[in-house]
Design a protein around this ligand. Structure first.
Ligand code: CLF
Ligand code: SF4
Length: 295
């Protein structure tokens, strides 16, 4: 529903397939996998694969340089003409690789000025980069927030690396949360649209999900996307014997969240190199080998 939204927000969401349920039937997004490193370790992640904050486990995307990423954008744009958004969502955390990430956006901005730019992050490094995000005209940022209470968060992250130190337990969870909230505050000030992704982990943050939803909306997030935990091979959660989240877990959390039409319900947990409409995986048509031949 678009009722009560300002013109500028409608303008930003109406052709973004993740931000508008309606748009996802008509407009495609693509990801470029330029960001290999990460600055934290989530217990649901196995680093052999793509960042799970926006992806399903077990998928490994082909890493691109900023120049290759730009070539891919032009190639995809010439074939899938309804591509309106280019996102960076991995395979690690985009803001743990700021040089590659921002160089890529800069080159895409020059080569394909009509593309909307989108970024997904765990938020740890976010406050350091909001100025750059604004200057580059990146209108959409997703932050993955799995807890708004360090008592809960301490069970979700094995560690956080910060200014050359390795933090664990509640200290790690507290720092990550502070940085996420600071980043959100700065994004709101800069007029950038925020989506929050939360991975629903049964027995860890399932009943906490309503608090997350209320807190992030209070702080200005436009959308909340509750994603089911998928158990990745080799992840800490697999070793702990945890179970995946079921559709009914997500439905119950959505219901309790009270977030109404500010819930994203059509997420397809994309790959870091996804291409095409949500749920339509065309990444295989645009491997490095293939898009190089096209240009
Ligand atoms: Fe990509 Fe994410 Fe931008 Fe969309 S995906 S960086 S906001 S352009 Fe979309 Fe895919 Fe769900 Fe992400 S369906 S995993 S929410
Ligand atoms: Fe893995 Fe992404 Fe978490 Fe980093 S932020 S540990 S890449 S899921």
């Amino acid at each position: 529903s678009v009722e009560g939204l300002s013109e500028s927000i409608i303008e930003k969401v109406k052709r973004h397939p993740c931000y508008s349920e309606e748009a996802h039937h008509f407009f495609a997004r693509m990801h470029v996998a330029v960001a290999p490193a990460c600055n934290i370790q989530c217990k649901y992640c196995n680093r052999k694969y793509d960042c799970m904050n926006e992806s399903r486990p077990g998928v490994t995307s082909e890493l691109l340089t900023p120049e290759e990423a730009t070539q891919k954008v032009l190639a995809v744009g010439s074939v899938i003409r309804n591509t309106t958004v280019v996102g960076i969502a991995g395979p690690g955390d985009p803001l743990a690789n700021p040089r590659q990430t921002f160089r890529t956006f800069e080159l895409i901005r020059q080569a394909a000025p009509d593309m909307k730019l989108c970024l997904s992050t765990n938020g740890l490094a976010l406050p350091d980069h909001v100025d750059t995000i604004r200057e580059l005209g990146i209108d959409h940022v997703t932050i993955t927030i799995n807890a708004v209470d360090p008592e809960v968060g301490q069970h979700i992250y094995r560690y956080v690396t910060w200014q050359g130190k390795l933090l664990r337990g509640i200290e790690a969870a507290r720092l990550l949360l502070e940085r996420q909230m600071e980043g959100m505050r700065e994004l709101v000030k800069a007029g950038i649209l925020i989506k929050v992704n939360s991975v629903l982990i049964p027995g860890v943050n399932d009943v906490h999900m309503a608090d997350i939803s209320a807190e992030v909306r209070k702080r200005g997030a436009f959308l909340h996307n509750i994603m089911p935990l998928i158990i990745a091979d080799g992840s800490d959660f697999q070793k702990e014997g945890r179970r995946a989240a079921l559709p009914e877990d997500v439905a119950a959390a959505q219901e309790r969240s009270g977030a109404g039409d500010r819930l994203m319900r059509h997420c397809r947990q994309c790959r870091a190199d996804a291409v095409g409409l949500l749920g339509e995986d065309r990444s295989g048509e645009f491997t490095k080998e293939k898009f190089r031949q096209m240009s």
